[in-house]
Ligand binder design. Structure first.
Ligand code: SF4
Length: 750
């Protein structure tokens, strides 16, 4: 399972041989990637280049090369994917020579004028002049930076330094805030560290029980399914909790069709049963944790019959699942965006961590809690300073000692570092307002499609004095910009990514960027030079990585022992990695937790309400998610012919009975309306849907833009928006008396 097409186009002499257990082979005490080919740079580039996929956090190993004058991708025997790629990965090279790729900067001569090609000199002179003028008139916080979870570690690190040292602004955050923030905050609070999976991905295959909550890897990262296949082949039990009967749920032994917003009730109900039936690990709780009594009291009210009313999951099923997880010698709970993208996202994840702590599973072999990171560098993106409150090495901008350490390594006074800034949505809410951002630099994010309540955001972007977007294509956000800067694609510049296991990966360039295109680092360097602060910025990836590694030394996310040299030698490096002779840390929590006293923390979790519940006017739940064929805002995948053909239009998935009650048949045009706006979608009927819930994929722009409908209510701790729950009304378009479609935001496919 997990392959969209057979392996093809392997480089000469390369053979794909999946590891028997999908594990990372060990050599002389060090884990190595067995087929990495050392790359000598600078110098001629090899015909086939060993690299990684440009898309999701699985970061499958692949080769990129020229075959009959066309750039092609082939699989390679990298430990994570063993030669498998999904259809997004197989087709990734098609974008390198896409006809509408940006190859020169674009600029408006005046507001209201169309974007027109200009030279780099003209574009950068304009940007530098405007940044300087806005800073002089309104102070450094008038400039904001918005990054992306797909940027390399080097760019993410330099973007954070650029904002705080070159611009001296507190306003920087990134679209990872929309993705991983709840799991990150919960893990930090409970376990003392935020690393998506605290064990290598191969451990999935050895777990005797896995509860997967609100994740659909069969569509979002298909090569991951081989671990679940192997797990089940070894007699393991896969349980999937999801409001939809997804492809992943169909592969599971047990599907729990959970009501939207009831994840904490499920977690508490499972812990309630575990305590009631004396399944908890008393010694582990006593020796390795604190706060169990608070958690025990909180779950006392979640008896199975009540949890059945809250979640829709039968009480006897809840008891069965609690016993499966508790009695399995090895068991895991893995969370995805389902429970995390809610106003109770942190609470939800803490509930599942509570469960696994009480069962004594965290830190045991093939056991524990983890989360599936979404974006390609969602993990590394937040470790190196792109997040509003964080400095490199996962240090805190609110901690005087952390500030002093980083300031000293950057060669600036600590007092010059700005304070922690507002989170992504808080920053975006205040665009153009007094004290808010007046000039915004967007790098690697199409937030007009990917942010919640997108129509309102679009209106606020128009209030800016300056919007600069760097992207590969004219995304919906780029189409609104004053200046658009064309950037190199993933196969055109060197860098590192940190995958969902916390493993550092080397992205090698397969070719030079086309004429007229620059790398992210080159753009930051040029702007910093123009602002007279160029000494703080390098545009050489390896130099930046070495600086990043040095600055991170002693931090939670310690990369000090990592280097390009070790990656070129094929080492599998998991952080923390403190020194050049440190093999890294594939598994965390074996002996202690990285907290002050070495113990994990329980939290008292209660299931609260969603920010918006169905009512007479908006009687249904709406949830959103991803498709196999597309990635994020679709800026890239909508331009790949096969992917566009596979999923060409926005749709809404509806239970057949619910559709019938609205007079809707498969293929009908349907209008969905929330308090934020309306959109038009094609009806798809699915008996795997709950009767109270609709599903819309979020990859489309225009009148099928899901985020026109979603809300910007935030989790109070993680500040993640509640993408997963909104109250919605559904109508068949033919039944409507007037024009039904919302205006398209314009621009390219999102
Ligand atoms: Fe692998 Fe994700 Fe790329 Fe698909 S999109 S090939 S699962 S890294």
């Amino acid at each position: 399972m997990g392959l969209d097409r057979p392996l093809a186009g392997l480089g000469a002499g390369m053979k794909v041989t999946p590891h028997q257990h999908g594990g990372v082979p060990e050599q002389a005490g060090r884990a190595v990637d067995p087929v990495s080919v050392p790359l000598s740079l600078p110098g001629p580039l090899p015909t086939w280049t060993e690299t990684h996929c440009p898309y999701c956090a699985l970061q499958c190993g692949m080769r990129v090369g020229l075959l009959d004058q066309r750039w092609e991708v082939s699989g390679r025997d990298f430990a994570v994917n063993a030669g498998n790629l999904c259809r997004k990965g197989w087709t990734a090279a098609e974008l390198l020579d896409a006809p509408d790729r940006l190859r020169a900067p674009l600029m408006r001569r005046a507001r209201g004028e169309p974007l027109a090609s200009v030279s780099w000199d003209e574009a950068l002179t304009f940007v530098v002049g405007k940044l300087g003028a806005l800073t002089a008139a309104h102070g450094p916080d008038a400039i904001g930076v918005f990054g992306g979870g797909g940027l390399t570690n080097e760019t993410a690190y330099m973007l954070g330094k650029f904002a705080r040292v070159v611009l001296r602004s507190k306003h920087i955050d990134y679209n990872g805030r929309f993705c991983m923030a709840s799991a990150a905050a919960a893990a930090q609070r409970a376990l003392g560290i935020d690393r998506g999976l605290p064990f290598p991905i191969s451990d999935l295959a050895s777990a005797q029980a896995i509860l997967l909550v609100g994740a659909n890897p069969a569509e979002t990262m298909p090569p991951l399914m081989r671990y679940f296949d192997e797990q089940r082949a070894r007699g393991g039990c896969l349980i999937v909790a999801d409001p939809r009967r997804t492809l992943t749920a169909q592969a599971a032994a047990i599907h729990l069709p959970i009501a939207l917003g009831s994840d904490a009730a499920l977690a508490n109900g499972l812990l309630h049963v575990a305590i009631r039936d004396k399944l908890v690990d008393v010694d582990y709780i006593a020796n390795r944790t604190v706060g169990f009594e608070d958690a025990r009291q909180a779950v006392a009210a979640y008896w199975p019959d009540r949890v059945e009313r809250l979640t829709g999951i039968a009480a006897r099923r809840l008891v069965e699942v609690a016993h499966i997880i508790a009695e399995a010698p090895s068991a895991m709970v893995i969370t995805g965006r389902g429970p995390e993208q809610q106003v109770q996202g942190v609470n939800n994840v803490l509930g599942f961590i509570n469960l696994m702590l009480a069962l004594g599973k965290i830190g045991k072999p093939a056991s524990g809690w983890g989360c599936l990171t979404g974006q390609g560098n969602g993990q590394g993106g937040r470790e190196h300073g792109q997040k509003a409150d964080q400095l490199p090495g996962y240090r805190s901008l609110r901690d005087p000692a952390h500030r002093a350490t980083v300031a000293a390594r950057w060669g600036v006074p600590e007092s010059e570092l700005p304070p922690a800034g507002p989170s992504a949505m808080e920053m975006l809410r205040d665009l153009g307002e007094p004290g808010g951002v007046r000039g915004l630099l967007v790098m690697g994010s199409n937030l007009v499609v990917s942010a919640p309540d997108a129509a309102a955001l679009q209106a606020r972007l128009a209030k800016l004095d300056l919007l600069v977007v760097s992207d590969i294509f004219l995304s919906d956000t780029a189409a609104l910009a004053d200046v658009v800067l064309p950037v190199a694609e993933w196969a055109e510049h060197e860098g590192t990514m940190t995958n969902l296991e916390g493993r550092l990966l080397h992205r090698r360039p397969a070719r030079r960027p086309p004429s007229g295109v620059r790398t992210d680092l080159e753009i930051l360097k040029a702007i910093a030079d123009g602002l007279g602060r160029g000494a703080f910025v390098s545009d050489e990836p390896e130099v930046v990585f070495d600086e990043l590694a040095g600055v991170s030394a002693g931090g939670v996310a310690d990369y000090a022992g990592m280097s390009y040299q070790r990656l070129r030698a094929g080492e599998a490096l998991y952080w923390p990695c403190h020194a050049p002779d440190d093999p890294g840390t594939p598994r965390l929590f074996g002996e202690r937790f990285p907290t002050a006293d070495g113990r994990a923390r329980f939290h008292a979790v209660r299931c609260g309400a969603a920010a918006e519940e169905p009512d007479d006017e908006y009687p249904l739940y709406l949830t959103t998610g991803r498709l196999l064929a597309h990635y994020q805002s679709g800026t890239q995948t909508m331009r790949v012919k096969a992917l566009r053909a596979a999923e060409p239009e926005p749709f809404v998935e509806i239970h057949p009975q619910l559709a019938q009650s609205h007079g809707i048949a498969a293929g009908d045009r349907v209008r969905l309306c929330t308090r934020r706006g309306a959109g038009s979608f094609t009806a798809r009927l699915s008996p795997g849907m709950r009767l109270d819930t609709l599903f819309v994929p979020f990859h489309f722009s225009g009148e099928g833009r899901a985020n026109t409908l979603t809300q910007a209510a935030l989790d109070p701790i993680s500040k993640i928006p509640e993408f997963k729950i909104a109250a919605v009304r559904m109508e068949r378009v033919a039944d409507l008396p007037t024009e039904v479609t919302t205006p398209s935001p314009g621009g390219a496919p999102g």
